[in-house]
Write a new protein. Structure first.
Length: 479
């Protein structure tokens, strides 16, 4: 692969990492503190509201934010249309949510969620009031302002929630923190932005924007189901306590993988786009990036599975019984899923974004049916089913890259063979060490297992020392 392109990509990912670090470092610290103060049921009650509010966003936004970002003319008039449309829809959806809260709560077997839905639902209106400012900053590539907004709004909710939780208000600590974060975002964006709405509405322009936005909404609806359908089914069948365990464990796993891999993803599309017309270079690029991701993600996922018990006890405490299996199984699930994590960026760079959408759509129905079958049998069965269904999507991705890029799965397996061998030996060794240190303090056991796992896996990377050296050189080279 062309060194200069890859060098620029890795350099850019360092700046992306700096942009992510505010929320990715602050959030885990707050997460651990709050989890020790609250219970799985508290998180489950609020998770019901999070599911519903995230679903409602698809409808009050109706894709107009994206439509505004891509708009080349009549930007001011378009912003005005988007603002009033989003605000009216936001208020309407909140009113519907307020009066349907009892029915929604009964669906999730959580009567405590009724007042939470009605209070936290105010977040819908607050978000609709600042959607235009966010879109305009994105359109103008003014990510510096959005960075500071993100820094403030990632810190304030947690800092507000902690004292409320200490005072014993339970799940209201999470509700209060969330609303404060939304209000802070609204105030900061309105203070920073010079744009203000006018009392006018262009219906012809609205029809144009909605014509684009409705397609974005359809894609957003599909993405929502893909992200939330598992939590929705867990909550509906197993209730708020198991939903709290599932969402909290899943959130922790997402934070881990987000911290180590997310900074790379925004760069990949740009990198692959620059070499989209050179199939050989694109093929080599995907193999290199996939190998790098596998080297990070797979041992991380296996490691989470093996150290989940002491990790959960050290971080969350004794009241979170059952969360260890969530962290472990979902950790392995994410570690394996990331093996094809770069594929979607390649599809988009090739001018075929439809490929990933089609894969998502075709697998979603199977996922949903599998989840509905598994949930009544308990959280453990559901988690293993969640792991099992990823082996439906991965072969589809492998088929697509073989068809369009002529990359055989065997090419990838051979290229990454020392990673797979190292993961196998690491898993066996850490499992034995875990049994041998069973009666030690959790923090001691956790430390020994992590250090041993890293050292053993690193030994099997010696045949890959040139590849590792190249990556380290690119990552540490001055920007």
């Amino acid at each position: 692969m062309n060194d200069s392109i890859f060098n620029k990509a890795v350099a850019a990912s360092k700046w992306s990492a700096l942009a992510e670090i505010s929320s990715k470092v602050i959030s885990p610290l707050i997460f651990v503190i709050l989890a020790r103060l609250l219970t799985p049921n508290d998180y489950g009650v609020v998770a019901v509201a999070a599911i519903v509010i995230s679903f409602s966003q698809v409808f009050w936004d109706v894709g107009l934010g994206k439509a505004l970002i891509q708009r080349e003319d009549q930007v001011e008039e378009s912003a005005n249309v988007v603002f009033w449309t989003n605000l009216v829809l936001g208020i309407l959806i909140y009113v519907i949510l307020y009066f349907s809260a009892e029915g929604i709560a009964s669906l999730f077997k959580s009567t405590e969620s009724i007042p939470v839905l009605r209070v936290q639902g105010i977040q819908i209106v607050l978000a609709s009031l600042c959607s235009v400012q966010t879109a305009l900053y994105q359109r103008d590539l003014n990510f510096r302002t959005l960075f500071w907004v993100r820094l403030i709004t990632s810190a304030l909710p947690g800092l507000a929630s902690i004292p409320i939780a200490i005072m014993g208000y339970g799940y209201w600590a999470l509700v209060g923190g969330t609303l404060l974060g939304s209000l802070a975002q609204l105030l900061v964006l309105w203070k920073a932005s010079s744009w203000r709405p006018r009392l006018s509405y262009d219906r012809d322009l609205a029809r144009q924007l909605l014509g684009f936005g409705l397609w974005v909404m359809a894609e957003g609806l599909l993405a929502w189901f893909y992200v939330w359908v598992d939590s929705m089914i867990v909550g509906a069948y197993l209730g708020p306590n198991d939903l709290g365990l599932y969402r909290t464990g899943n959130s922790f796993v997402q934070m881990v993988f987000g911290l180590i891999l997310s900074p790379l993803m925004p760069v990949l599309f740009s990198m692959f786009s620059r070499i989209q017309h050179d199939i050989d270079l694109l093929r080599k690029g995907l193999l290199v990036v996939s190998k790098l991701i596998t080297m990070i993600a797979l041992p991380s996922g296996i490691g989470l599975l093996l150290v989940a018990d002491p990790l959960a006890d050290v971080l969350l405490g004794a009241k979170w019984i059952g969360v260890a299996q969530v962290i472990g199984i979902l950790g392995l699930t994410n570690g394996i899923s990331w093996l094809v994590g770069a594929n979607a960026e390649v599809y988009r760079a090739m001018g075929r974004p439809d490929l990933n959408t089609k894969i998502m759509f075709s697998t979603l129905a199977v996922y949903t049916l599998a989840y509905i079958w598994a949930a009544p049998q308990g959280l453990t069965v559901f988690l293993w089913t969640r792991l099992g269904v990823i082996f439906i999507a991965i072969p589809v991705h492998l088929f697509v890259v073989k068809k369009y890029l002529r990359i055989s799965p065997f090419n990838f397996m051979i290229d990454s063979r020392w990673i797979f061998i190292g993961c196998a030996f690491m898993a066996g060794a850490v499992w034995v060490i875990g049994i041998s240190t069973e009666y030690m303090l959790d923090i001691v056991k956790l430390t020994i297992c992590i250090i041993s796992g890293i050292l053993i896996f690193s030994l099997f990377l010696l045949p890959e020392k040139e590849f590792v050296k190249r990556i380290v050189t690119f990552a540490t080279r001055g920007v």
